[in-house]
Design a protein around this ligand. Structure first.
Ligand SMILES: Cc1cc2nc3c(=O)[nH]c(=O)nc-3n(C[C@H](O)[C@H](O)[C@H](O)COP(=O)(O)OP(=O)(O)OC[C@H]3O[C@@H](n4cnc5c(N)ncnc54)[C@H](O)[C@@H]3O)c2cc1C
Length: 449
């Protein structure tokens, strides 16, 4: 076997890390590519967990797409149950824990793809039996098993994961309570005009919403019997905490690597960190927000896969002048809540205001398609656009049908710098079962003043 010319080490074997590994071996056949993964599985898609819990599918192995053996066939050495505990940048050495053994290994080029972990609120009682979070495969297996034996579940936090968990529990016939600290649901992603419909949908399904309330303690002897918020005590059998994530980067603190305030590794548009020969991508890293024009923290599988692949290319290139440059993220994302679907892209009004942008908004309600075709329903669309140039900066859409895939068209519009006038005349497809002659996106563009 020919001797390898460089050793690429990747820390973390899920979306970002395995995308990078797969690309790196294709780009540079002479490179040795090694992945260290702390857990026992790789290529795990956590996005499936709420649907597994909600019984959309039964075989949990669907969520881990590839095995280490499959990657070995492609020329990638994957070492599971290997946790990197230290990076010595000056000597390009890693300290890796495997069981009781502590291994030292060299790298020429390093990628950090260690993802994120759930943030647990600073309250008493989280150690009680019946308190769950949902991040790893094992969390999903345990939660699904536990809910089988209970009647009432309380979910803390109404972000994407919290809402998906609520939906799963409703599907499983549970009585569900959702506690949210803010005054409305999913406040970081959607403005009030959109999130209010999600609230109605959940209330109509019998979900008890405690808005503007903070969890203060989980109650019970050894197992959960209730929760206490800043406004009262409530009985429950099980608690699922969905209060956000934080980057897994504490093991890097002594390296002096540049981080955002929340610990996300700052990367440039080529995925390079502030350290020599070290790249990063995914939930452990920042990502360039192309509307805000700055690095942001957007922990999504979409960005992790794209940046992971880009880093895989760049880290393996012999000639770094050929390095690929990322076009930026729009934070495009979506969620399904019972009969409703909602999508967003670019900036919300809340973000535009926070960034001091000179913006205007328009909110309209229209129909998903022509009235004589079955299933016509409302679509709500909010556009955020530059007050002077009318360039579209953000969009949010919600409805029972056709809202989420339309948001992708608006992501393209934003990425291309389109104005509301151009959107108003954009040639979107029409046939009665799919749209109206003037699609809801045309209408919004035309009424934006
Ligand atoms: C329930 C749920 C639903 C989601 N739904 C969606 C969705 O619908 N759409 C979407 O876009 N995103 C979704 N996401 C987010 C998405 O799963 C993440 O953005 C994505 O997994 C990030 O991939 P990653 O490779 O950066 O990190 P991770 O998937 O977190 O993987 C990082 C890996 O690194 C390993 N690791 C950490 N530290 C070390 C170390 N020191 N040494 C070795 N290994 C280490 C970890 O064990 C882990 O396996 C969801 C997440 C969850 C939890």
């Amino acid at each position: 076997m020919a001797e390898k010319t460089m050793k690429i080490v990747i820390i973390g074997g899920e979306a970002a890390g395995m995308s990078a590994a797969a690309k790196a071996v294709r780009v540079n056949r002479d490179a040795e590519v090694v992945v260290f993964e702390a857990s026992e599985i790789i290529s795990f898609g956590a996005c499936g967990l709420p649907y597994y819990v909600g019984d959309e599918f039964q075989d949990h192995t669907y969520m881990a797409e590839f095995t280490p053996a499959q990657f070995a066939e492609r020329g990638v050495q994957v070492l599971t149950s290997h946790r990197v505990t230290k990076v010595d940048v000056a000597n390009k050495q890693l300290e890796v824990r495997h069981g009781d053994a502590l291994i030292s290994t060299h790298y020429d080029r390093l990628m950090i793809a260690t993802g994120a972990s759930e943030v647990m609120p600073p309250v008493d009682g989280l150690e009680k039996a019946g308190v769950f979070s949902l991040r790893r495969m094992d969390d999903g297996l345990r939660l699904k098993q536990a809910i089988a034996d209970v009647e009432h579940v309380t979910v803390i936090g109404s972000g994407f994961i919290g809402l998906e968990v609520v939906e799963a529990l409703v599907h499983q016939g549970k009585k569900v309570r959702l506690v949210e600290r803010a005054e409305r649901l999913i406040p970081d992603a959607f403005d009030a005009e959109i999130s209010t419909h999600l609230q109605t949908e959940l209330e109509d399904a019998g979900v008890e919403l405690l808005l503007a309330q903070s969890l203060q303690a989980v109650l019970g002897e050894t197992a959960v019997s209730g929760i206490r918020t800043d406004q009262g005590e409530y009985a429950t059998d099980l608690v699922v905490i969905c209060t956000g994530v934080k980057p897994n980067t504490t093991f890097l603190q002594s390296t002096g690597i540049e981080m955002l305030g929340n610990g996300a590794i700052v990367v440039d548009l080529q995925g390079r960190t502030s350290l020599p020969d070290v790249w990063a991508a995914g939930d452990c890293a920042s990502i360039w927000h192309s509307v805000l024009g700055q690095n942001a923290y957007i922990p999504l599988a979409t960005g992790a896969n794209k940046l992971g692949r880009l880093v895989g290319e760049n880290i393996a290139l012999v000639d770094q002048h050929q390095a690929l440059t990322f076009q930026g993220s729009l934070g495009t994302s979506c969620v399904k809540v019972l009969g409703l679907e909602a999508g967003r892209t670019g900036v919300s009004e809340q973000e535009a205001e926070g960034a001091g942008l000179n913006y205007k908004t328009v909110v309209i309600k229209d129909k998903c398609h022509t009235n004589y075709c079955a299933g016509q329903s409302d679509i709500h669309l909010k556009l955020i656009y530059d007050a002077d140039s009318h360039v579209v900066l953000g969009a949010q859409m919600l409805g029972r049908k056709g809202a989420v895939h339309r948001i992708d068209a608006l992501a393209v519009a934003i990425a291309m710098g389109m104005t509301t006038q151009q959107l108003g005349m954009m040639d979107f497809a029409y046939a009665p079962p799919f749209a109206r002659t003037w699609d809801v996106m045309n209408v919004a563009g035309n009424v934006a003043k």
